[in-house]
Design a protein around this ligand. Sequence first.
Ligand SMILES: [Zn+2]
Length: 64
Amino acid sequence: MGPATFSILFIVGIMVILGVLIMNSGAKRARAAARRADAPCGHPNEPGAQFCSRCGEKLPDEET
Ligand SMILES: [Zn+2]
């Protein structure tokens, strides 16, 4: 196993780790979006919004 093989394995490992991190953050956003859509009227609001921009209902708090 030469240095070239090691470099390839190293790069592939980093890409796998980055992929897992990106998928995790995406799933977190999807869960937050699902919670926001839980507003009584189902209107999709901006991330971080505290009140529905259509009916004015208070939205569930986002986990930080
Ligand atoms: Zn609403």
